[in-house]
Design a protein around this ligand. Structure first.
Ligand code: BJW
Length: 352
């Protein structure tokens, strides 16, 4: 049906970080000195069954205290809206083994790496809901033969429902990756499949994660802050750029004016990013830019001054003024953190 847009969302440990659950990599990424790559393997289960069970028993127990956060809620809201308005298919694929998406109200959900609250029979493959600590040699209630293990996809094992995920990736128009480092295969490849299928891809992470250059837009910050705004803009509940106050708009214009537009090419790029961000900008026939009622003329960079690209200017201005624009403004050029830092220095020098 014309106008339909299919959404696939991939989430990782970062989306549950604001609910108090630890991520795997980076700060605090070790558990009792063990890397996840050492605990979460079939080999570890056969050689040190006690350790593996203890790890998952602790995680199951931590989960009892955790509650879904604003990012989980935003994805559930997006799914509800997409279904009720018949806007297209919506699939949420999580690498997380917690149940915070379900508790927030998500339905069309795949746990590709398994679930903490499920036990898997090593013999018959039967699954049993499981809430409590798991004994090392607990018998399966179905076949009465095999032992139960946590229903978790270990390294070297095939993640769940890959065929269904692959089909959805091939049909996807909008791909969102939230709170995942992109360090683990095959989820790390999803953005490439989605892009090959023609989707627009957004990344939400507190830093530029692996493979961020593959995304059209990288939103850097906490998922619980950024996703609700992004979703409200996407479903039309708020206009794009709605959270910009008049004072922030004024500060923003001043910033752009002070930095100067560098080429006519720069201007058209700027205008595109500004209008995407919900700002009133227009490219004029002489190559200058109108931003609200100010005219900003292109100027040439001085010798030694860093080259300025439209998305970089916008994101550096956002940084400098703490602007809260959440969508449509950061492009592939955003990966150049040091360039942004340098730009800020240049601008700060000019101000003083
Ligand atoms: C925020 C935030 C906030 C923080 N807001 N963001 C060599 C090269 C390439 C691949 C391989 C290789 N050797 C082996 C492989 C394959 C292997 C693999 O990828 N290994 C790598 C480690 C190298 N993969 C596998 O073995 C997989 N199976 C497989 O490949 O089968 C073959 C096959 C598949 C398909 C087709 C054909 C063949 C199985 C992988 C199983 C992963 N299991 C784990 C543990 C189980 C679950 C559990 O115990 O919880 O899954 S490992 C662990 O990593 C867990 C996670 O789901 C997974 C991904 O981690 P995630 O979610 O990205 O978390 P982090 O911590 O890495 O990142 C968090 C991010 O959030 C960070 O970026 C933060 O910045 C950010 N963040 N706060 C937004 N508030």
């Amino acid at each position: 049906m014309a106008g339909r847009k299919n959404i696939l969302v991939l989430t990782g440990a970062g989306i549950s970080a604001e609910s108090g659950l630890a991520t795997f990599r980076g700060e605090g990424g070790l558990w009792e000195g063990h890397r996840i790559e050492d605990v979460c393997t079939p080999d570890a289960l056969s050689k040190n069954r006690k350790l593996v069970h203890r790890f998952y028993d602790e995680r199951r127990s931590d989960l009892r205290l955790a509650k879904p956060n604003a990012a989980h809620a935003a994805l559930a809201k997006l799914e509800r809206h997409w279904k009720s308005q018949k806007k297209g298919d919506f699939l949420l694929v999580t690498q997380n083994v917690d149940d915070l998406h379900e508790r927030a109200g998500s339905h069309n959900l795949i746990h590709m790496h398994g679930e903490l609250k499920s036990a898997l029979c090593e013999d018959c493959g039967g699954r049993t809901p499981w809430q409590l600590p798991m004994g090392e040699f607990e018998r399966c209630g179905f076949c009465k033969r095999g032992y139960l293990r946590p229903d978790i996809v270990f390294f070297g094992e095939m993640p769940y429902q890959m065929e269904r995920i692959h089909e959805a990736l091939m049909a996807c128009d909008l791909f969102l990756a939230v709170g995942t480092s992109g360090a683990v295969y095959p989820a790390s490849q999803f953005v490439m499949f989605a892009k090959d299928a023609g989707a627009v891809a957004h990344q939400f992470n507190t830093e530029l994660a692996d493979g961020s250059h593959r995304f059209d837009t990288c939103h850097v910050g906490e998922a619980g802050e950024m996703l609700p705004k992004f979703v409200d803009e996407l479903i039309g509940e708020q206009p794009v750029g709605w959270n910009l106050t008049p004072e922030q708009k004024a500060a923003f214009i001043k910033e752009i004016e002070e930095c100067g537009a560098h080429t006519t090419f720069y201007c058209s790029g700027m205008v595109e990013y500004m209008t995407n961000a919900g700002l009133d900008a227009e490219e004029l026939s002489d190559g200058s830019m109108r931003l609200y009622d100010q005219i900003i003329k292109p100027t040439q960079p001085e010798w030694g001054e860093p080259g300025i690209y439209a998305p970089n200017v916008l994101s550096a201005a956002i940084d400098a003024h703490g602007l809260e624009i959440t969508t449509g403004m950061l492009g592939r050029g955003f990966g150049h953190r040091d360039r942004l830092e340098k730009l800020k220095e240049v601008w700060n020098d000019r101000r003083t």
